[in-house]
Ligand binder design. Structure first.
Ligand SMILES: Cc1ncc(COP(=O)(O)O)c(C=O)c1O
Length: 378
């Protein structure tokens, strides 16, 4: 039965936070670029790149207009034509789509229930002479404790490792930041992410050649900004100055935003300990998670839609979207890439939930979520 819950007692699934003083700061700089006419590939984009590279500890960062294009550019720079790329089946459409757009063929790998990423043994089984490399995705911001084994495996087989770190700004394992485990990493600044630039993405790398190629690809394949010699099949993948300005402010706030999410996650960690019908996807010892998502797994498969409606209508708790409701091999567009069963992903995609977590979330809201879960799931 639907109850009337005051808006002040509702816990949203997610929220984007731009503090009033940050909105003023952003608006002033957008006024400045509007007046100057320098609206793309200008000083704010360069500053954003320099500061994001510094944040990750890489030599280079190349800002672009989305996380999807960031990944496609890396793959184009690596050369993908006619090759296979190992991709987790538990990821967003864009991870595998970027491989297809870059001329490669995604080979889907089952998921590791412990981290929601991939297991080295599943990856190894799928390697053939046609394999060029592996893309790892840090689901929900968790870097798998097995990332070192994955690095060793690809190294031994002469392959490359690329990270789709769209979820993982500021996450790390063993003190190594997400985005820096392989030859290059891509991030998304889509509004649902831990930090946003409105729309946008960025490539981080220590590889000078990928850096140079990325700058060429993002600007219509031009050899340089001022020359009209097109040397690569690039695209308009540039980030505009207003987007870079928004991103700069959120990047400055990122450590505090992550700390706020970690505070909420710690309340969930403690509060969920007594639950028998629910388990947590845990951050490994030695890892740091930005909590893009807080993932829990239901012991038994339940009608997730009905459960979410009950939590919303009776308790004012909105659950965030799943990561992911369906694995990629169940998506019609990737049907032709399916080779063999991927049972763990089907099971866990159907049985997990994501609890609300966002910048500026109050501790009381986390306790409200726990109380609701206790009643409904226990
Ligand atoms: C894992 C993953 N890869 C890639 C992307 C694509 O990022 P964007 O939406 O910025 O293109 C997203 C985000 O939406 C994502 O979650």
């Amino acid at each position: 039965m639907k109850q009337d819950i005051a808006p002040s007692r509702r816990v949203p699934a997610a929220k984007i936070q731009f503090l009033p003083e940050d909105r003023t700061w952003i608006a002033e700089r957008i006024q400045e670029v509007l007046a100057s006419g320098q609206l793309t590939l200008g000083k704010y984009g360069a500053e954003f790149e320099q500061k994001f590279a510094q944040f990750c500890g890489t030599r280079h960062a190349i800002a672009v207009n989305s996380g999807t294009s960031a990944l496609e550019i890396i793959l184009r720079a690596l050369g993908m034509e006619g090759k296979d790329v190992l991709v987790p089946t538990n990821t967003f459409f864009a991870t595998a789509a970027a491989v297809v757009h870059a001329g490669g063929r995604p080979v889907l790998v089952d998921m590791d229930p412990e981290s929601f990423a991939v297991r080295p043994e599943d990856v190894e089984k799928k390697i053939t002479p046609k394999t060029a490399g592996l893309i790892v995705v840090h689901i929900g911001g968790i870097v798998s404790r097995r990332i070192g084994e994955l690095q060793e495996l690809v190294c031994k087989k002469g392959l490359w490792l690329v990270e789709d770190a769209a979820h993982a700004h500021g996450s790390s394992y063993g003190g190594v930041k997400a985005g820096t485990f392989g030859i290059a990493g891509s991030f998304s600044f889509y509004p649902t992410k831990v930090m946003t630039s409105g729309e946008g993405g960025i490539i981080v790398t220590n590889d000078d050649r990928i850096n140079e190629e990325a700058m060429i690809y993002r600007d219509q394949g031009k050899a340089s900004f001022t020359q009209n010699a097109h040397v690569r099949m690039g695209y308009n993948w540039r980030m505009s100055e207003p987007h870079a300005i928004i991103g700069l402010k959120h990047l400055e706030r990122l450590p505090a935003m992550i700390a706020g999410r970690q505070k909420i996650a710690a309340i969930y960690d403690e509060g969920l300990k007594g639950f028998r019908n629910l388990s947590r996807v845990e951050v490994p010892a030695g890892g740091a998670c930005n909590y893009y998502k807080y993932i829990v797994v239901l012991k038994q498969k339940q009608d997730r839609k009905a459960l979410k409606a009950l939590l919303r209508d009776q308790y004012g708790v909105m659950l965030a979207g799943e990561v992911y409701e369906e694995p990629l091999h169940k998506q019609p567009v990737f049907e032709s890439y399916v080779s063999g069963p991927l049972p763990a992903s089907e099971d866990y995609c159907a049985r997990h939930l994501c609890l609300p977590v966002f910048s500026g979330m109050e501790e009381a809201e986390a306790y409200q979520v726990l109380d609701a879960l206790k009643d409904v799931i226990g």
